[in-house]
Design a protein around this ligand. Structure first.
Ligand SMILES: Nc1ncnc2c1ncn2[C@@H]1O[C@H](COP(=O)(O)OP(=O)(O)O)[C@@H](O)[C@H]1O
Ligand SMILES: [Mg+2]
Length: 365
């Protein structure tokens, strides 16, 4: 699929701008603080109903204005149809429209305009809190399967109840046993999908990473407090034994010590841990490869290439790596890529160029 046009009213630094796009690589250039990130943030917002930044929706409204309006027109090659997604953000909340009809639930916005994105905060994805990596796995699985999010929210609810039960000095053992059983049932469903996802991503990441870093190998691993996935009965039994062993420690710590909420995604380049040994550039490349693997996965499942949003991905990468990334992207779906240094644009031949100046977006090529 590809974005045909975007209109922004009172969004971030933009008053009222309309811009048309084409398939292929679309570079967004401009000096620092001109609104490059804001532009791709708008596309992301219309795809996933929230910003990639840690901010409130209210921050997206232009200062001194009361509401923002965003509209995107995209073409789906699979359905051979054009669609419109609209959003209105006010200080009270946000509403989405699909082909001008109000979307009843935010979760229904997901999956129409599929996208995968890279933003500068993801450079440290493998150095960040494990929570960030679990979020990545959950969001990816959430886009691929709606049931996953349902089980995840159920898991969180039971986990909270179980932790509350543990925190009581005289907790009811029967209640705890019931909660433990329910928790393990969810553990099985979630861990099975997470293990499966990481296995699939591993194959894809390996192929992608080889194209941008030919002599190195990137390997992902899902590190779990749970046993390997077998059939559900064996898994349940094994986890119950684990809980039994942790009983006294849980009673002291007053929280659940086993389960998908404590799992992690690790990565190694040539057997070296990304989080402790690898450079910022290597972390950037690994995260890029991971995000592109997600794009391939979306393509496999949805039957068409998602759009790719890359904010500042080329910063602090040498010319060879930038070239390899751009060569890789030339084969992919429509890409939006922001750059501050115009020189890097010429590392590829087939591209469109948009320059942002004075809150206006001008097509230069
Ligand atoms: N809600 C807002 N209203 C008006 N301007 C905003 C708002 N949010 C951010 N900005 C402005 O946007 C600019 C940053 O834009 P950004 O897209 O991050 O720039 P860059 O081109 O460096 O990526 C800053 O000048 C900031 O003041
Ligand atoms: Mg920026």
């Amino acid at each position: 699929m590809y974005v045909k046009s975007l209109n922004l009213k009172s969004f971030r630094n933009y008053d009222n701008v309309s811009v048309s796009f084409e398939p292929g690589i679309n570079f967004i250039v401009g000096n620092n603080g001109t609104g490059k990130t804001n532009l791709v943030e708008a596309i992301y917002f219309l795809s996933l109903s929230r910003s990639f930044k840690k901010c409130s929706d209210e921050d997206l409204i232009k200062r001194d204005k009361t509401s923002a309006e965003l509209t995107i027109e995209y073409f789906s090659e699979k359905d051979k149809e054009e669609h419109l997604i609209g959003a209105t953000i006010t200080k009270k909340g946000k509403a989405f429209y699909f082909d001008r009809e109000k979307v009843p639930q935010l979760s229904k916005v997901l999956g129409n305009l599929s996208s995968t994105s890279y933003d500068p905060s993801s450079v440290f994805m493998f150095k960040d809190d494990p929570q960030e990596r679990r979020r990545f796995l959950d969001e990816t699985l959430g886009v691929l399967s709606k049931d996953y999010l349902y089980t995840l929210s159920r898991y969180k609810k039971i986990l909270k109840e179980r932790n509350t039960a543990l925190s009581q000095s005289e907790y009811d053992r029967d209640v705890l046993a019931v909660l433990t059983k329910e928790l393990i049932k969810c553990d099985y469903i979630i861990a099975k999908q997470r293990f499966g996802l990481v296995e699939r991503l591993n194959t894809l990441v390996d192929e992608i990473f080889r194209e941008i870093e030919p002599n190195k190998k990137l390997v992902l691993k899902y590190v779990s407090t749970l046993p390997n996935i077998t059939d559900s009965k064996t898994f349940m039994e094994q986890v119950e034994i684990l809980f039994e062993k942790k009983k006294s420690e849980e009673a002291i710590k007053k929280c659940t010590l086993i389960g998908i909420h404590r799992d992690d995604l690790k990565a190694k380049i040539d057997n070296q841990d990304l989080d402790s040994y690898c450079s910022q550039g290597q972390n950037r490349l690994a995260t890029f490869a991971l995000k592109m693997a997600v794009a391939k996965l979306i393509e496999e499942i949805k039957g068409e290439k998602p759009i790719i949003i890359l904010d500042d991905v080329l910063s602090d990468l040498d010319i060879t790596r930038c070239k390899n990334i751009l060569m890789y992207l030339e084969k992919g779906g429509q890409t939006f890529i922001t750059v501050a240094e115009i020189g890097k644009v010429e590392l590829t031949k087939n591209y469109k160029l948009y320059e942002i100046d004075n809150n206006e977006i001008v097509r230069r090529r």
